[in-house]
Design a binder for this molecule. Sequence first.
Ligand code: GUN
Length: 300
Amino acid sequence: MAATVIDGKAFAATVRDKVKTHVTRLVADHGITPGLAVVLVGEDPASQVYVRSKGKMTVEVGMKSVEHKLDVNTSEADLLAVIDQLNNDPEIHGILCQLPLPKYLDEDLIINSISPAKDVDGFHISNVGLLGTGQKSMVPCTPLGCLMMLRDHHGSISGMDAVVVGRSNIVGKPMAQLLLNDSATVTIAHSRTKDLADVVRRADIVVAAVGRPEMIPGDWIKEGATVIDVGINRLDAPEKGEGKTKLVGDVHYESCAARAGAITPVPGGVGPMTIACLLANTVTACCRANGLEELEGLTA
Ligand code: GUN
């Protein structure tokens, strides 16, 4: 049977609609406009695209968007001063420092200088610890988006065998933690895993987050499994014309779709959920800062 294609683009639009409705209510009933600040250091082209897109969508849901674009040679002290000012700004409820930072900056130091309550990326060590102990925290956006799609598709994932391929701090590790918190049986696989094919073949849920184009073939997928592809890899596509490129995920889509019960496409799967969850986290941070009720379904 053909796999159900999980439409992340449509799902992300419903999340943004919920956020927008909640923002409208916060403004009308409490006179509070949630605010998100994005800090970008340097001129990495991909980061510039992401930051522009984040700002546009923040405004579209009725929130305040602030961008701090800093010179590539900005000193650590100057960057820390910008973050300190945002930490103390009552109109800012979420702060995101776009990664990767230029190599000369200490990424851990910068991330941990963001107030945990405003850390809408969920990267601060306090939020990592809270998530790890199953407490209320800010949750990293991409794994949160994956979890929302899994819950929507399965209802409950309790007792399911889940394999996360990839162990990054941004996706793999928090994803595994979220799956565990929802009572899945979780394996984290990585580049040193001995028989990756065998490990993936046992999974009811496969989350691929390795950053290697099409590395998971269809014959590793258990019949009927759910495949969540976090990868976004740009490849040359001479078949589309000279100089053309295409986006592919970390799984080989056609062969995996032939065996899976459900699968997220690339593009249009996990990608759109990341920014939707960033907006959701900002509204959640705003509600918590003001002692107001959070919107159900927008958090882990
Ligand atoms: N760079 C790539 N993905 C992300 C993300 O989710 N958050 C931040 N801050 N930077 C990123």
